[in-house]
Design a protein around this ligand. Structure first.
Ligand SMILES: Cc1cc2nc3c(=O)[nH]c(=O)nc-3n(C[C@H](O)[C@H](O)[C@H](O)COP(=O)(O)OP(=O)(O)OC[C@H]3O[C@@H](n4cnc5c(N)ncnc54)[C@H](O)[C@@H]3O)c2cc1C
Length: 509
């Protein structure tokens, strides 16, 4: 019997627990700091921007960012069974196939190529449009491709893009990603479906070989030599330990590297400054932090009253090349249509019903930052420094994306919805003014990744099979191992990564 301890019951952790406990010879323990979510707003798709900061959000905050006018950014992260899938915007966008070929190149393993991951994307999905060779039909996660539910302005937004020469795609999750289409969404019967809803069903929870320990905060790993024996925890307020023969770390791109640092793995200088004895100098832990940003936003006063969104407000992301004549291959920029006002702090916006927003951003940012602990205890505030917008590439792509957003707003039929451009406003036109607006309007797209990157090089945190270098029995399986961000939201990729890992572990026995 294999004894598996999973730390973190978020998007990846719930999948690991459900898949690995299918084998009755495995004893699986799933550990989670939060509880079973019971806030009714979680299930209401249009509420997603308004539920951050509640008691199921870790509520991280970045350092002031020179690239975004010295602003701090609030980074929501789910603290509950289902993790960040309780907070996220429900967009199910896999990324471009070439993104995964980049993963394969960086890890030296075909395991992470698009073609190798495709069965695991399909395995996770139950698509409303049915199964085909690219889409899953009977997986745990419902994926809604909106038909009649899309807002009228979103239909006109898509028509304006096609008038400008972009392809009309069936969805984002085919072989091509450049083009206009509604977002595929993790919604069933008008309600959000979290990964816990989809995978930790009552049937799965009834398995005698699966134990779920909620309200259990993990402080640090317990280690003997190169073997992790378990972790020190606080469970229902009482100190204790959890143990396991195979330990799977799935606490996400912020908490996983911080746990490793509290346990003595990281940059020796960082650990020493935090008062933590270094067990193994692993300086890459916490580095390579990157995220998508969105400009919030290119905002318009609407010429017509806007009925509320029946979906999740940001109903359509349009991926495109910086070169408008290229309509295939990996995108560079994204423009999204939000059925309502969306503006960064510091800007005034008209009320809902009177304005719509075009969000704009960069699909493959080259800015890289880092995070680290400041002390040995979990409540010592971490330093989170994504170093947003530090490269010319990112600033240039952002300007192109804003320019493209303005172009679609001038194009019929979307132009018929425009009364006036509120943000940035017609006076903002030269590069310096655009850069200034972008710095003040950029907000996180909520996709931090990369802080325990997998790789072929010895400096990488895990090898291509996600085993942490320097330890015999610790694997890291969550958004932290993503070496280079995908073009779109990362959740679908995290799910496929967890599905692939679980299948590989079961096959090895
Ligand atoms: C507001 C928001 C909107 C988003 N929108 C989208 C979207 O539309 N589409 C998309 O693809 N992606 C979106 N994302 C991103 C996506 O949700 C995440 O990338 C993904 O859920 C990460 O999965 P994970 O398993 O790595 O981590 P998580 O799902 O965050 O899971 C980590 C788990 O570990 C637990 N944990 C952490 N520390 C400890 C500890 N010390 N002890 C015990 N347990 C601990 C946490 O409580 C959590 O349950 C969004 C995210 C947010 C926050």
């Amino acid at each position: 019997m294999t004894d598996i301890l999973i730390l973190g019951a978020g998007s990846a952790g719930c999948i690991l627990a459900a898949r690995l406990s299918q084998d009755p010879t495995c004893e699986v323990t799933l550990v989670e700091a939060g509880g079973w979510p019971n806030d009714p707003d979680i299930a209401r798709p249009a509420m997603w921007p308004f539920i951050q900061g509640r008691d199921f959000d870790w509520g991280f905050v970045t350092e002031p960012q020179p690239g975004t006018a010295g602003r701090r950014h609030h980074w929501a992260r789910g603290r509950a069974l289902g993790g960040s899938s309780n907070l996220h915007a429900m967009a199910h966008v896999r990324g471009h196939p070439e993104d995964f070929d980049t993963w394969a190149r960086l890890t030296g393993s075909q395991r992470w190529s698009y073609d190798s991951l495709l069965p695991y994307f399909r395995m996770s999905e139950s698509c409303s449009t049915g199964a085909d060779d690219l889409h899953g039909g009977d997986g745990p996660m419902p994926v809604l491709l909106p038909q009649g539910e899309s807002h009228p302005i979103v239909g006109d937004y898509i028509r304006s893009w096609t008038a400008l020469g972009l392809p009309r795609l069936a969805d984002h999750n085919g072989r091509e990603m450049i083009g206009a289409t509604p977002n595929a969404l993790m919604i069933r019967d008008g309600r959000r479906v979290t990964v816990a809803d989809a995978y930790l069903t009552s049937e799965v929870l009834a398995r005698p070989n699966l134990t779920v320990l909620d309200d259990t905060l993990v402080h640090r790993l317990t280690v003997q030599g190169a073997r992790v024996t378990g972790a020190e925890v606080t469970r229902h307020g009482q100190p204790g330990t959890v143990t396991g023969g195979c330990v799977l770390l799935a606490m996400g791109a912020i908490a996983s590297p911080l746990l490793l640092m509290r346990s003595g793995y990281g940059d020796p200088a960082v650990l020493s400054a935090a008062g933590i004895a270094c067990r193994d100098a692993r300086s890459e832990i916490g580095r390579n932090l990157h995220d998508h940003l969105l400009g919030a936003g290119n905002l318009y006063r609407s010429a017509r009253p806007l009925a509320p969104s029946r979906l999740q407000l940001s109903e359509s992301m349009t991926y495109q090349s910086a070169d408008p004549s290229r309509t295939t291959g990996k995108p560079d920029i994204v423009v999204g249509c939000v059925v309502g006002p969306s503006a960064a702090e510091g800007f005034d916006a008209p009320p809902p019903g009177e304005a719509f927003t075009l969000l704009f951003g960069v699909t493959h940012p080259t800015s890289r930052g880092a995070l680290h602990v400041t002390g040995p205890r979990i409540d010592d505030k971490p330093v989170i420094d994504p170093r947003y917008l530090q490269t010319d590439h990112d600033r240039r792509m952002f300007r192109i994306a804003l320019d493209r957003a303005r172009a679609v707003a001038r194009s019929a039929p979307l132009s018929e919805w425009v009364q006036e451009e509120v943000l940035p406003g017609p006076v903002v036109a030269d590069d310096a003014a655009l850069d200034d607006f972008i710095a003040r309007s950029a907000i996180t797209h909520h996709h931090p990744v990369g802080t325990c990157r997998m790789g072929a090089d010895e400096a990488s945190v895990t090898d291509a099979d996600l085993r942490m270098r320097g330890l015999d029995n610790l694997w890291i399986v969550d958004s932290s191992v993503i070496p280079a961000i995908t073009a779109g939201p990362v959740h679908a990729a995290v799910m496929a990564l967890a599905e692939s890992f679980a299948a590989g572990m079961r096959a090895e026995g």
